[in-house]
Design a binder for this molecule. Sequence first.
Ligand SMILES: Nc1ncnc2c1ncn2[C@@H]1O[C@H](COP(=O)(O)OP(=O)(O)O)[C@@H](O)[C@H]1O
Ligand SMILES: [Mg+2]
Length: 258
Amino acid sequence: MAEEGVSADSEVLERDRCPTGIEGLDNILNGGIPRGNTILFTGSCGTGKTTLSLEYLVHGALAGENCLFVSVTEASEKLMKNVIPYDFFDESLIKKGKLVFVDMPIIYERLGMTEMELSMEDVEALVRALGNLVDELSIKRLVIDSVTSVCYRLKTEEKIRNFILKVGKALSDRGCTSLLISEISPSAERYSLYGVEEAIADGIVLMGNLERRGDLLRTLQVVKMRGTNHSRAKYVLDLTPAGILLVPLLKGGSTGGN
Ligand SMILES: Nc1ncnc2c1ncn2[C@@H]1O[C@H](COP(=O)(O)OP(=O)(O)O)[C@@H](O)[C@H]1O
Ligand SMILES: [Mg+2]
């Protein structure tokens, strides 16, 4: 790998990047997400988390990387329809197996996880199953939507911590750059429902809604990203058929800046 001779925690030496393909986000990140990072994309419902993560995978697949979307809450059949309107989407990506959708409930079922609350052994088995899937399909980009729904079945802080740490390591060891989607309430003062996920992730990207002059704008802000310098400014996010557009939220005005 390109990282030979580069210490893993080196912030100074350039880390290999995984360009998200979303131009505005790659500019904020000085080229993309440092490869192997596990990033928490967090926000309340309707802020565009699923849409953004799908776009990230489509761009990866177009660039020749194998991409996996693990859907926890919604049937992936339905989700696939969300990528079809994009100008840049190519249906053959799914047919060729470059873009793969897996439903987490099917993984739970195969592993015999019928109890609502998962045990520590279940956590290990789940991480192993995800690791095996990434190996078998040579996955380079992965999304879990949402990790909050997985945490909901883990219940305790210890198991959540264990899951995020282990899944992050398993994915990073395989050179996989991953987005963990986190659902929070609009008024939440923290970046994740359990408060544990945010402490462990290599990066945090906060997505939100902002009322401005009677309009509800979507916003995006990179709060933390290990391995790169980045802007921490708030951007307005626009969902268009050509993909996500990001423009700096201009300061000034009644609700400008933060
Ligand atoms: N290409 C698009 N253009 C305009 N609106 C879109 C587009 N894609 C999705 N949306 C809308 O954006 C909203 C947010 O989508 P979603 O990504 O599901 O948010 P979240 O996952 O954060 O709950 C939805 O209401 C959806 O209809
Ligand atoms: Mg969603």
